[in-house]
Design a protein around this ligand. Structure first.
Ligand SMILES: *[C@@H]1O[C@H](CO)[C@@H](O)[C@H](O)[C@H]1NC(C)=O
Ligand SMILES: *[C@@H]1O[C@H](CO)[C@@H](O)[C@H](O)[C@H]1NC(C)=O
Length: 261
């Protein structure tokens, strides 16, 4: 007990004296200065790391790019807050279609007032305990999206699809994309790779049956016209505004379509 006031006084003194000394002697100034620089540097690094992690999603984006390839499903996870700004109420009942759907669904479920379901278009060989539990509860299912989905029209407010359509030939896309627009009440968001896009490690060919074909945005726009799907200009504008606010530059093509009824 009796040592505490002493220690604090000594600490107070030792802070005061070097500062005074620093004004007079150069030899003392430089260590203090370098300690100061180290502290400032550490704070900057901490700030950078903290900012970069953006609540656990930014580190996914960083990993995504470090890997040398781009996964639109990982990108979608970083986009959830921006989609929420663009779609608001329409995010209340979401269906995600794409590989790693368990992680997308789990992330959407963390948001307030949202329900989410997932369709894994390819077999799940490395499902973790959380994923197995989502499958058991019927929240996530494995289904071939070349065939009609077992849902009534407008079953979901918003349908999100990532890294799934790139593996379908136009013959199947013709049926699958309108089918996704059918089960949605407010919209369909498609994330697709850019031409020349490198596939992220782990999404190896064998799993998908055929190589990914990344189509240009003009190809997609023509496809939407052919299949009578319209882009939702309001959603595009709101999404771009929300993305600009976060200085977010997408690594995948993102299309916002109106539902088809
Ligand atoms: C897809 O549908 C469009 C419009 O209905 C048609 O013009 C096109 O030939 C179809 N493509 C294939 C590969 O079936
Ligand atoms: C367009 O998107 C907005 C969300 O930004 C949504 O509220 C609206 O229902 C959509 N409109 C149509 C016609 O799908």
């Amino acid at each position: 007990m009796s040592r505490r006031p002493n220690t604090s006084r000594r600490f107070g003194d030792s802070v005061g004296i070097p500062f005074v000394g620093a004004l007079h002697t150069k030899s003392r100034q430089s260590p203090l200065l370098s300690i100061g620089l180290v502290v400032v540097g550490a704070l900057l690094i901490l700030g950078y790391v903290y900012h970069g992690s953006g609540g656990g999603s930014g580190d996914i984006a960083a990993l995504n790019r470090l890997d040398g390839g781009v996964s639109c499903t990982l990108e979608l996870q970083t986009l959830i807050p921006i989609l929420k700004k663009a779609y608001g109420e329409s995010m209340r009942k979401v269906l995600h279609i794409g590989p790693e759907t368990c992680s997308v669904v789990s992330q959407i479920l963390k948001e307030d007032d949202t329900e989410a379901w997932g369709v894994e278009p390819y077999e799940m060989d490395d499902a973790d305990a959380n994923c197995k539990s989502l499958v058991r509860k019927g929240v996530v299912r494995v289904a071939d999206i070349k065939f009609p989905l077992p849902y009534k029209p407008k079953s979901f407010s918003l349908v999100l699809v990532s890294d799934a359509l790139d593996y379908l030939s136009p013959r199947y896309l013709n049926k699958t994309v309108p089918e996704l627009a059918r089960v949605s009440a407010d919209g369909l968001v498609i994330l697709s790779g850019y031409p020349g896009h490198k596939i992220a490690k782990g999404t190896e060919l064998s799993k998908f049956g055929r190589p990914a074909k990344f189509r240009s945005s003009s190809w997609w726009i023509r496809f939407f016209i052919q299949t009578r799907l319209e882009e939702n200009e309001t959603a595009i504008k709101k999404f771009e505004q929300a993305a600009a606010k976060k200085a977010y530059r997408p690594a995948c093509q993102i299309f916002h379509l109106k539902p088809l009824h």
